[in-house]
Write a protein that binds this ligand. Structure first.
Ligand SMILES: [Zn+2]
Length: 274
């Protein structure tokens, strides 16, 4: 009898925890969002996020709130002897949170830590050639996003991208777009959309635009988006996101339907910022 009561109490406590936890998380986040960014932090963001001062006062306030939540919830790990500074954390948080500006996603729920290397890092890559041969090679990487819990970045690349904001390439936007895509556990270029009916139009537009990019790249034609987007649909979404934030005018004029989809998804209109 006592054993049964204990089991019921434990189940009750677990269920209460499951129900209460989201409320506590929401409260903690709201508390963090209300805090103002310290002036020194604000100066760093102003310096390292080129479009920061183009945002509306409301958007700036919202971004500041998201940055505080991001910094409180994610762990930063310096690799190969790198000491992760306040500047690095704030810069990465600010660019990543640009994707969440209008409450898209849940602060990258699968992500726990951001690994920062001083510059490019090397990984061992294996590729199958035929049935019995596996080729192994060492390749340099500038960033990657893992569906389980990590994003890896090269700080040197992040700085380069900040200094060339309008070239349509940004490793932080790229890897965090992958995080949004991977939120449902799959990396296939389809992030979680607002309603069921959005998926059909997303699939139609993205497939057409992806095909067009593949054809243009094959024919050596000039493209607004980086040719890396033609690798697969997941890379297409990540590259399209980079272009949407860094070259919004060009994307809107050459690919209006793609721009519209991204505008709907991010609930943002970056052409207004330029
Ligand atoms: Zn990628």
């Amino acid at each position: 009898m006592i054993q049964t009561i204990v089991v019921f109490i434990i189940i009750g406590l677990i269920l209460t925890g499951i129900l209460i936890n989201p409320i506590l998380v929401k409260r903690r986040r709201n508390r963090l969002k209300r805090r103002h960014l310290p002036p020194l932090w604000n100066a760093i963001v102003e310096n390292n996020l080129p479009i920061y001062l183009c945002l509306s006062p409301n958007e700036i306030r919202r971004l500041q709130g998201h940055i505080q939540v991001f910094l409180a919830e994610k762990q930063f790990i310096g690799c190969r002897g790198l000491q992760v500074t306040e500047e690095m954390k704030l810069t990465l948080a600010a660019i990543a949170c640009l994707l969440l500006l209008n409450e898209r996603g849940q602060y990258f729920p699968r992500l726990r830590s951001i690994l920062v290397y001083p510059n490019a890092y090397f990984v061992q890559e294996t590729t199958s050639i035929g049935k019995y041969v596996v080729e192994e090679r060492r390749v340099a990487r500038l960033g990657e996003s893992w569906a389980n819990d990590q994003v890896v970045l090269s700080w040197e690349q992040v700085k380069q991208d900040i200094n060339n904001w309008e070239d349509g390439r940004n490793v932080v936007l790229h890897e965090f777009a992958h995080q949004l895509d991977q939120e449902d556990g799959k990396a296939e270029g389809v992030p979680i959309l607002k309603s069921k009916s959005d998926y059909a139009i997303w699939a139609k537009v993205m497939t057409e635009e992806y095909q067009q990019l593949c054809n243009d790249v094959l024919q050596g034609a000039k493209t607004v988006m980086d040719s890396y987007g033609a690798t697969n649909p997941a890379e297409f979404f990540a590259v399209a996101t980079e272009t949407f934030f860094e070259k919004p005018h060009q994307l809107l004029s050459k690919h209006p339907t793609l721009y519209e989809q991204l505008q709907r998804y991010y609930q943002l209109d970056p052409v207004q910022w330029a």
